[in-house]
Design a protein around this ligand. Structure first.
Ligand SMILES: [Zn+2]
Length: 306
C-alpha cells in the first residue's frame, strides 16, 4: 500500500504537459454512437446472442487501437442464493484487456463492465422485472467511453502504460446476497498479470446520464483516498466541479471492491443520482444520456493519463 503512494507522487510530478489539449480530443459524439450500437445489438447478458457479438466487436475495435489486446476467457458456475437464477448453470465469460505501452512498469488501470443485467428488478411495471435491461448507462456508457479513450491514445500515445479492462458478469446476479455478481472483476483480481501494481485505477460505471452528479464513494475514500483526491481535483481543474461533487455517495459495492481487496488502489466513479431513477429498469435507454456528461467524463479520463 505504501509503495503505491510513493509511486503516485512520482507520477503526479510528471503529469503537467499536454493535459488539457489532448483531453479536448475526446470525441463524445463518437462515444454516444457506440452506446447506441451496443444497445441496438440487444442485451449483453451472458448466454444471449449480443453477448458474443459485442465481445467480438469490442475485441476488433480495440485491436485497431491498442498495442495489445488479450481476452481472459473463463467459466463460472452459478451459486445457490441468487434469487434470479438457478444454481449450477455454467456461464461463459470474457474479460478484455487492452494495453498501451505494455512493457512500461508505470501503469494506470481503467475498467468498466461491458455486460448488462438480465433482470429489471427496479422497473415500476412488475411485468418487466424479469426482462433484461437495455443498459445504455449501466454497461454501454463506460464501455463506449473507454473505447473512445483508446481511440485518443492511438492518436496521441500516452507517456505512461495504460490498461483498459472491460470486465464481464458484473451485473448478472443478486446484489442482496452478493451471489453471481462482480464475476469478471473478481476473476481478474484472482488472476492478475505477473507483478501487477498499477499506480492507480479508476472504475467508470454509469457515467453519461443527463444532469449527472458524481459524488465520492465511501469504499474509494476509505481505501484509496489519494486517488479520489487526484480525480476530483483534476475534474475541478477541467471545470467539472458541477458534476464532480465533494459530497458523500455512500458505500457502493461495485467492480472496484475485489480489486481493492487484492491490494490495488482503484476507485469508483459512478453517476449516483441516475442510480435512483432508471437504474435496473427498462428505462435505461440512450435518451437518458447526455453528450455533455459523456464529454466531461471522457475528457477527465484522458486528462488523468497525461
Ligand atoms: Zn447495474
Amino acid at each position: 500500500m505504501r509503495r503505491g503512494v510513493a509511486l503516485l507522487a512520482v507520477a503526479l510530478a510528471g503529469a503537467c504537459h499536454g493535459e488539457f489539449s489532448v483531453a479536448q480530443r475526446f470525441d463524445a459524439a463518437q462515444a454516444m454512437r457506440w452506446v447506441t450500437y451496443q444497445v441496438n445489438a440487444g442485451p449483453r447478458v451472458p448466454g444471449m446472442p449480443a453477448h458474443d457479438s459485442i465481445e467480438a466487436w469490442l475485441v476488433r475495435e480495440l485491436k485497431a487501437r491498442a498495442d495489445s489486446v488479450a481476452v481472459q476467457a473463463f467459466t463460472y458456475v452459478t451459486q445457490p442464493g441468487d434469487k434470479y437464477h438457478p444454481a449450477g448453470d455454467t456461464l461463459h465469460l470474457a474479460n478484455i484487456l487492452a494495453r498501451f505501452r505494455p512493457a512500461d512498469p508505470n501503469r494506470i488501470l481503467y475498467l468498466t463492465h461491458w455486460d448488462t443485467r438480465p433482470v429489471a428488478e427496479n422497473d415500476p411495471n412488475p411485468a418487466n422485472r424479469d426482462k433484461p435491461i437495455p443498459g445504455a448507462d449501466d454497461g454501454a456508457s463506460g464501455t463506449a467511453m473507454l473505447l473512445e479513450v483508446a481511440d485518443v491514445l492511438k492518436r496521441y500515445p500516452p507517456g505512461v502504460g495504460v490498461d483498459l479492462l472491460f470486465v464481464d458478469g458484473e451485473d448478472y446476479g443478486d446484489f442482496d446476497t452478493m451471489k453471481d455478481v462482480l464475476l469478471g472483476s473478481t476473476y481478474f483480481a484472482q488472476h492478475l498479470p505477473p507483478g501487477y501494481h498499477p499506480l492507480f485505477g479508476v472504475l467508470w460505471d454509469m457515467i453519461a446520464g443527463r444532469d449527472q452528479v458524481i459524488e465520492e464513494e465511501d469504499n474509494s475514500v476509505q481505501f484509496a483516498p489519494e486517488v479520489v483526491d487526484r480525480v476530483w481535483s483534476t475534474a475541478d481543474s477541467l471545470g467539472l466541479g458541477g458534476m464532480f461533487r465533494r459530497t458523500d455517495a455512500g458505500a457502493i459495492i461495485d467492480d472496484h471492491v475485489p480489486l481493492l481487496q487484492a491490494g490495488l488502489r482503484v476507485i469508483d466513479v459512478i453517476g449516483w443520482r441516475n442510480y435512483q431513477t432508471w437504474h435496473h429498469t427498462l428505462q435505461d435507454t440512450p435518451d437518458k444520456l447526455s453528450l455533455a456528461s459523456m464529454q466531461g467524463v471522457g475528457r477527465l479520463a484522458v486528462a488523468l493519463l497525461r
